[in-house]
Design a protein around this ligand. Structure first.
Ligand code: PAP
Length: 348
């Protein structure tokens, strides 16, 4: 009972962390919000449709901050995902590709006191700490975050739809790695994640209620399908700038995808690395679901927002939707997916 109470209290404080009072928003943001379509969201507070996508009020402030102030460098690498598409995994992988020359010890069973080689940063930090998000972490509360400690290339992330990316990102030659996932698995993952964050609100607590919203696109950074299409189209036009990946291919062909990723961001694996050292295998093992999930930092740590690191490691599988979807839900979401993606030949 006590544990239940403290979980509920934790959920409430998490929700509060993400919501700001009007007076905490800039005048520009307050004025903008009065012009936007609005609906109640998954936490039964208002969310707003900005540039065609749904966000909570405080996030619109973060988006405006980075749209107005973030200056992209040509050498930047930006990881972009809709929510729950494998962000944590991709952050770990790209971080490890970039930092492999540092010869960190990647053994998750390593005793840090008994090695002469520095332990890999992922062994003691959640991927979201190593690769911060622009609109949530860096620009959420400020127009001028301190980015001076980032080494080049700067590795950053975002959930923003293409249309809302800062102009400097669109104009620069920075690399964007985009990862998406079967919308059925996204919904199931999001449903579980949000249930950890929100306080118990009886009347909103059904999967049907939230599914209806998801299908209409009224979900954080939704509509999911428009998010994916925005980047898919850009990746076809400018494949040298945007790499478009699916969670399923990362699962089924990890070696091929990791090598492609290395090449895309300008950190190609050498023949020696591929054949003798098995660096590719080492990275994949370190960043695997089981390995990351079992690290102490991910079992017991928390992010600054208060979200527990373990919330980012649930099942890590393709097709978990089969355990939750009714026939009607399958029909409904597949019809939307066919309507949106069919003509583009995009399949999940
Ligand atoms: P975010 O967008 O809020 O940052 P994100 O990391 O995209 O979250 O989503 C977490 C999902 O990725 C979870 O999926 P599930 O709910 O279907 O289980 C999580 O389990 C999965 N995930 C996290 N790390 C890995 C990993 N190393 N390999 C595979 N899947 C992973």
């Amino acid at each position: 009972m006590a544990a239940e109470k403290s979980e509920a209290a934790n959920a409430v404080s998490l929700v509060q962390h993400f919501f700001k009072q009007d007076e905490e928003l800039s005048q520009e943001c307050q004025n903008l919000i009065t012009t936007l379509p609005t609906e109640s969201d998954w936490f039964s507070v208002q969310i707003y449709q900005y540039q065609g996508f749904w966000h909570m009020k405080s996030l619109i402030q973060g988006i405006l901050n980075c749209q107005n102030h973030f200056q992209a460098h040509d050498s930047d690498i930006l990881i972009v995902t809709p929510l729950k598409c494998g962000t944590t995994w991709l952050k770990a992988l790209v971080f490890s590709i970039l930092n492999r020359k540092n010869a960190y010890n990647m053994n998750p069973n390593l005793d840090p006191t008994r090695t002469s080689i520095e332990p890999h940063p992922l062994l003691s930090a959640n991927p979201h700490v190593l690769v911060p998000n622009l609109e949530f972490d860096l620009y959420f509360n400020t127009t001028n975050p301190d980015l001076s400690s980032f080494q080049s290339p700067r590795l950053l992330s975002s959930h923003l739809p293409y249309v809302s990316l800062p102009e400097s990102v669109k104009q620069s030659r920075c690399k964007i790695v985009y990862l998406c996932r079967n919308p059925k698995d996204v919904f199931v993952s999001l449903w579980h994640f949000m249930n950890r964050l929100r306080p118990e609100v009886e009347e909103l607590n059904t999967m049907e209620y939230l599914f209806e919203k998801f299908c209409r696109g009224v979900t954080f950074f939704g509509p999911f399908w428009d998010h994916v299409l925005g980047y898919y189209k850009e990746s076809l036009e400018r494949p040298e700038r945007i790499m478009f990946l699916k969670y399923k291919e990362l699962k089924s062909e990890p070696v091929r995808v990791l090598k492609d990723l290395g090449k895309f961001i300008g950190y190609t694996f050498s023949e020696k690395e591929e054949n003798n050292g098995d660096v590719v295998g080492d990275i994949l093992r370190l960043c695997s679901f089981e390995s990351l999930r079992n690290l102490e930092v991910n079992k017991s740590g928390k992010l600054d927002s208060g979200v527990e690191n373990k919330a980012y490691f649930r099942r890590g599988e393709v097709g978990d939707w089969k355990n939750f979807f009714t026939i009607d839900m399958i029909k409904q979401i597949e019809a939307i997916t066919e309507d949106k993606f069919g003509k583009h030949g995009l399949k999940f």
